[in-house]
Ligand binder design. Structure first.
Ligand code: SAM
Length: 329
């Protein structure tokens, strides 16, 4: 298959694939308590996922990240990981998780061929974590992180979505944990993909502000090994302590021109941008009996429509209907 390249000459190399829309947390900005899940049969089967991944790899995808919903809630996930780890041509197989089930699954996932995990963690304080996620499982999450470390799923990245007045004061504490445990902590700007109307510039904390607050406690210097194409701007500790902090400033410092990602929702729709207003029904086409050539043509057609940039800050922005949990963050 010819490489997947969009109209702006961005070569697509990364796929984020959601394996379920279900989640066991109810982060107040992401999922309402009374959410309705997709019916089981709407989800891509493991065989369908494997077929699509093989095609995507033939088109130049090298990095695959499994996400959700909460991917660890997908039954038999290690079996899927085992299938995907065998796909030749994939350089990187990773997973984004809330870690509630990681204590049980870190070992089986590592043995199945998973290389790394990113753990989403918005607070280090158990009571505040409960408030933000509406579930009292902070200790369980911390045990999941320990289990991932013990299973060799390293380096461990912690992803923290920062919301002013809710957890922005914890940035130096997260940096302290990064130093203590050698973790890579990534602070993510809150994006208008939220449940309800909670987003606004009043609650958005620009990454530079967090960096200044951390730098005042633990002086930082730019990470000399930073990948210039990665969305995160990474910093290491000037005193040589292990770990790092990074800032994914999707709103205030967008990185759209370097974006090489596409996404596949749990119900098999391709999205070429987090903020896409249109989707491409790959699974529907596959289930209608499409050949690999027809599916490849659909992939190319979808990539051709990849948006130049999101319009969050220029007044033309229209919020997509799907929130993060339904897209696959
Ligand atoms: N359950 C998995 C997890 O917790 O990592 C994967 C899915 S979750 C939707 C992925 C990430 O998206 C989480 O870190 C979550 O905090 C983040 N997220 C959800 N809504 C967001 C928003 N409006 N802006 C920025 N990040 C958001």
């Amino acid at each position: 298959m010819p490489p997947l390249v969009d109209r702006y000459d961005r070569r697509i190399g990364s796929l984020r694939l959601s394996v379920t829309d279900r989640c066991d947390l109810r982060c107040f900005y992401c999922i309402p308590e009374d959410i309705e899940w997709l019916p089981r049969k709407a989800l891509m089967s493991f065989e369908e996922i494997e077929r699509v991944v093989r095609l995507a790899v033939a088109g130049g995808i090298r990095r695959l990240r499994l996400t959700g919903g909460e991917p660890l809630l997908r039954k038999d996930l290690p079996r899927l990981v085992e299938k995907l780890a065998r796909v030749e041509g994939l350089d990187d197989l990773a997973l984004t998780t809330n870690a509630t089930q990681l204590e049980r699954l870190a070992g089986p996932l590592a043995r199945a061929g998973l290389e790394r995990v990113n753990v989403s963690l918005d607070s280090l304080d158990p009571a505040r974590f409960h408030e933000l996620t509406r579930r009292d499982v902070h200790a369980q999450v911390m045990r999941g992180i320990d289990a991932a470390e013990a299973a060799g799923l390293q380096p461990i990245s912690l992803n923290c979505v920062v919301i002013r007045g809710r957890n922005d004061d914890e940035a130096p504490d997260f940096a302290g944990l990064a130093r203590e445990r050698g973790f890579d902590v990534r602070f993510i700007e809150f994006m208008p993909l939220e449940h309800g109307a909670r987003w606004g510039t009043d609650v958005l904390v620009p990454g530079y502000e967090l960096r200044e607050r951390i730098d005042a406690v633990f002086p930082l210097r730019p990470d000399p090994e930073r990948d210039p194409h990665a969305p995160s701007r990474d910093w290491v500790f000037a005193d040589g302590a292990p770990g790092s902090v990074g800032f994914i400033d999707s709103v205030t410092e967008p990185f759209c021109s370097a974006c090489n990602r596409i996404r596949l929702t749990a119900d098999g729709k391709i999205r070429t941008c987090l903020f896409s207003l249109r989707e491409h029904d790959l699974l529907g086409t596959l289930r209608a009996g499409a050949s690999d050539e027809e599916l490849a043509a659909l992939l190319h057609g979808a990539v051709a429509t990849k948006e130049l940039k999101h319009n969050i800050t220029d007044g033309l922005f229209i919020k997509p209907e799907r929130t993060m949990s339904r897209i696959g963050g």
